[in-house]
Design a protein around this ligand. Sequence first.
Ligand SMILES: Nc1ccn([C@@H]2O[C@H](COP(=O)(O)OP(=O)(O)OP(=O)(O)O)[C@@H](O)[C@H]2O)c(=O)n1
Ligand SMILES: C[C@](O)(CO)[C@H](O)COP(=O)(O)O
Length: 265
Amino acid sequence: MGKRTQARACAIIVAGGSGTRFGNPGGKLLIDVAGKPLIAWTLEAFDAAEHVDRIVVVCPPEKADEMRSLAVEPYAISTPVAFARSGSERQDSTRNGLDAAGDAFDVVLVHDAARPLILPETIDAAIEALVDADDGMDVAPEESSDGRLLQCRASDDCSLHALDGVVCGQPAVDTLKIIDADGCFVETPPRAKFWTVQTPQVFWTESLRRAYTWADCVGFVGTDDSSLVEGMGGRVRGFESPRDNLKVTLPEDLAPVEAALRERR
Ligand SMILES: Nc1ccn([C@@H]2O[C@H](COP(=O)(O)OP(=O)(O)OP(=O)(O)O)[C@@H](O)[C@H]2O)c(=O)n1
Ligand SMILES: C[C@](O)(CO)[C@H](O)COP(=O)(O)O
């Protein structure tokens, strides 16, 4: 039984990047931000989320002890935390985290360790949005316009759920441009067709597993996990969440993140 829903949920916190664009030699996830290691803020948010039953931190094996002693143990995190080995691409890290999650969880959430402003209530609400989408669902077979199966009744190859995943993000607010090889603008597509998305990205475990199997078969590499589920023909919806869920990517990202965390304290 989950802490509050009937769905058991495991959070996969991907923390295996090198932080090249941030530029700190030891990486960015253990730097002090508003009095705590950056990743400790992220872990505390998942610990405080009522629906998260387990946390898997995916990082280089030689960093796991340091992460545990600096960012887990000092913060009295009560949700069980396990560690898994990261891979060379983010997608490899998620795959390893998914393997480490095991078979006991109905739902998995993939979250960038580098997004410490995530709120427990956003995490819980995103899980509820996925689970509640099944209420009163019609599981009649449904096909997309190009004939891919989106949803069906009982079969090994398709989901019994209304949605395969929900992804935190927002409808785009800026005007978007398509560029040519010289970097010149060639088109301004209608903004209403776009969302910008972040993490957490929440999936039924079996849907994300099938998506990773599909991606391995066809050699698909995406910049987020949702793109694998979309690619296999799954149904994913955006979950509108606070805009301040910034990823610490560049050095200048630190000041607004630190200010927001200090204000929360
Ligand atoms: N092989 C990788 C690459 C990235 N990540 C994680 O994915 C998240 C998003 O990546 P990003 O913030 O872009 O981090 P880095 O890959 O570390 O940054 P850079 O590209 O500048 O090296 C981060 O929490 C990062 O640790 C990961 O677990 N494994
Ligand atoms: C998954 C992600 O956070 C969605 O916005 C993002 O794509 C990861 O960042 P990266 O720079 O592509 O690793």
